[in-house]
Design a protein around this ligand. Structure first.
Ligand SMILES: [Zn+2]
Length: 202
């Protein structure tokens, strides 16, 4: 017996978090499952201990367990303790901002092998349009363990589909060589034509 993986990927403002919370809520309400919601310590949206959608019309927010993105394995004793406390299995583990988690592939594989269903939302590409963390690697786990991949859709202000997340610093396109993680930055979904990457060497 093993769990299945539901992967929610897309650029900024593609409603990934709202969709993650919607699915978590459905599992709780209709399937009677215990769903543990996790957020890595790098997630700067929302307050500590809460996963929050950026979309004001989205599914709001839910209580979450915050963990060190550099060592997700620290969660295993916490999950075991939670199962003891509630007297049953944690059927589903839902994680937001998966792109920040180090060793995400092996950690997710471990949870699936341990028979947890896993939901992971995250950015597929960083602001340079380069694969972000291990998110894209997880599609292999969907093939191997079952589940599904949902491409979350966002739109550029021109009306075309936006595949990219334009980082803005003080309202201007961020240079290509700015750090991958940057507090206080902001983003807009953009199509290929309107993505601006000053200093892009490629
Ligand atoms: Zn556009």
């Amino acid at each position: 017996m093993h769990g299945k993986l539901e992967l929610l990927m897309g650029p900024m403002r593609s409603n990934k978090t709202a969709e993650l919370l919607r699915r978590a809520d459905m599992r709780r309400q209709y399937a009677g499952q215990y769903v543990l919601i996790l957020k890595p310590s790098d997630d700067t949206k929302g307050k500590p201990g809460v996963v929050e959608s950026r979309n004001p019309n989205g599914h709001g927010k839910m209580e979450a367990v915050e963990f060190n993105s550099q060592n997700p394995w620290e969660l295993l004793p916490m999950i075991a303790a939670r199962e003891k406390e509630i007297g049953k299995r944690v059927e589903c583990i839902a994680m937001d901002e998966g792109q920040f988690v180090e060793g995400l592939f092996l950690f997710t594989k471990h949870l699936l092998e341990d028979n947890h269903d896993v939901l992971i939302a995250g950015l597929d590409l960083d602001f340079r349009a380069v694969p972000f963390g291990e998110m894209l690697n997880l599609t292999w786990l969907v093939n191997a363990y079952g589940g599904n991949v949902t491409e979350c859709i966002a739109y550029c202000t021109c009306g075309n589909r936006a595949l990219y997340s334009q980082r803005l610093i003080d309202g201007k396109p961020a240079p290509y060589d700015s750090p991958i993680k940057m507090p206080g930055d902001s983003y807009e979904p953009r199509c290929a034509e309107h993505l601006v990457l000053p200093g892009n060497p490629h």
